[in-house]
Write a protein that binds this ligand. Sequence first.
Ligand code: NAP
Length: 383
Amino acid sequence: MRETHAAEHQPTSTATTETAPVTTATTITTEIVLPGVVEVDGLEVRHVAAPTPGRGEVLLAMEATGVSFAEQQMRRGKYYDQPPFPFVPGYDLVGRVAATGPGVDPALAGRRFAALTKTGGWASHVVVAAADLVEVPDSVSSADAETLVVNGITAWQMLHRTAKVEAGDTIVVLGANGGVGSALVQLARIAEVRVIGTASRRHHDKLRELGVTPVDYRDPDLHGRLRVLAPNGVRAVFDHVGGEGVVDSFRLLAPGGTLVSYGTASTRDAAGSSKAPVLKLFARLAMWNAMPNSRHAHFFNIWAGKRRAAAFRERLRTDLGQVFALLAEGRIRPQVAARVPLSRAADAMRLAESGTVAGKVVLVPDSEVLEGEVPDGGRTSEA
Ligand SMILES: NC(=O)c1ccc[n+]([C@@H]2O[C@H](COP(=O)([O-])OP(=O)(O)OC[C@H]3O[C@@H](n4cnc5c(N)ncnc54)[C@H](OP(=O)(O)O)[C@@H]3O)[C@@H](O)[C@H]2O)c1
């Protein structure tokens, strides 16, 4: 990874009035830059003056951020609506308020929050709108909370807002060992839902421990096996794989069942437009919904409804709050696949893409990780 230092000695604000940021001088942030379509080693580490929070914003000192599937797509230029290169990736983070901007309660300083950012989270200091902050319970570590920000919101909303599962239902979760998948299966079990989960064989024991019936997604007769396990069909299928397999997912539904499609992982490495597979999927889902077959098909998008900002934020705060409460009660087991220092984001990404991990690869400030804890970037198996 290339490392650059820029504007190292530019001070941030020195103002200390009620409405001004409370940082003083020379806070340097370390950030990871995605310069274009690159291999993981093409990520760049940059050291720059920390940004100053504007009106309604806070500066978070990052305590944990993480590698999501979105970053794997973004580094290939394959995420549906990613910003133009170069940019700092990072879908979410947990951090402590280091400075407050004008119009923000200065008493927030020092408190710990989670935030959903889509990009920008892979930095030691991140500016976030104060209205987007969700408090993290004191008893939960930042790394544990991080595993459930984007993953927990996505899983909770798909289960309870889109599919509206009920106790006694049976569902199928594809990629049950992944970040979203492991949150989905645990939340479903808490709701007393029977879960059949697909994953590589190496993850099956762990899934059984979570109360999931595992099936190998590489099995050529995957859908035949799923049918044997649920001969009358299932209440919902959660499919982030997309491609032609989504047809099989829809066929698994019982009458009244719901397909919740939420990604196109199978086309991550495909040549061509990042939008084409998604648009094709949308067309398919719309067609299935229009057919008189008593089954439903939805595409879940965590950002849907963002234009109605107040309602969007309220929903997000409520849902993540419920997930964090379950975490604090010990009813969800956080799945931290590894903790990796921020400036070794390339190793973290290599590990996340290795297909060996269960749960989420978490990035932490460089100062926090002991040498012994640092994984070797996926060159050996984690799982
Ligand atoms: N629509 C939304 O709002 C939204 C929000 C959040 C996430 N997502 C989507 O959710 C998905 C999961 O994200 P994540 O961060 O949880 O990813 P992750 O932790 O990397 O997990 C990905 C999971 O998918 C499996 N997988 C990867 N490629 C596959 C393929 N071709 N066929 C079958 N399984 C495959 C992986 O299995 P192995 O470990 O065996 O490789 C792993 O279980 C992504 O597609 C992401 O885009 C969507």
